[in-house]
Ligand binder design. Structure first.
Ligand code: ABT
Ligand code: MG
Length: 137
């Protein structure tokens, strides 16, 4: 079993789509190991996306991620990292395949409804950034 880290981003939360996205998560047989609603500060969003620091979209991205509440989750499944990224679809919602979460719920490339870890090392960092071990029992 593998674990990945996922976010229902502020655009999707604000639009009232958190429930629909969670329903898809359960329908696809992920186990929800951790889940909480957070309202990130700008500094907390910058720390989460530190890998993108210095890129032209960094300020816009971290302003968006701290613009409203989001839902952070740890999801478990066989091959959870790829399985969740497949369910989300491409980064740009207009390029995401029919039936994917970003196609259905994303706004545009800068506000794309969901996040998912892209590798085991990033999953480990991202899970540890938001959850303590006690929260994942
Ligand atoms: P995340 O799951 O948010 O990390 O997206 P993904 O891994 O699919 O894509 P990356 B490249 O990590 O994008 C991070 C966030 O930055 C936004 N972005 C990215 C832009 O706004 N413009 C760009 O040119 C690029 C490359 C998309 C992602 N988040 N949002 N929202
Ligand atoms: Mg990414």
């Amino acid at each position: 079993m593998e674990r990945t880290f996922a976010i229902i981003k502020p655009d999707a939360f604000k639009a009232g789509n958190a429930g629909k996205i969670l329903a898809r998560i359960y329908a696809e047989d992920f186990r929800v190991v951790g889940l909480k609603k957070l309202y990130l500060s700008k500094v907390e969003a910058e720390g989460f996306y530190a890998v993108h620091a210095g890129k032209p979209f960094f300020d816009e991205l971290t302003t968006f991620m701290s613009s409203g509440p989001c839902v952070v989750m740890v999801l478990e499944a066989e091959g959870a990292i790829k399985k969740w990224r497949d369910l989300m679809g491409a980064t740009n919602p207009t390029e995401a395949a029919e039936g994917t979460l970003r196609r259905e719920f994303g706004t545009f490339v800068g506000e794309n409804a969901t996040h998912g870890s892209d590798a085991p090392e990033t999953a480990a960092f991202e899970i540890g950034y938001f959850f303590s071990g006690l929260e994942l029992l």
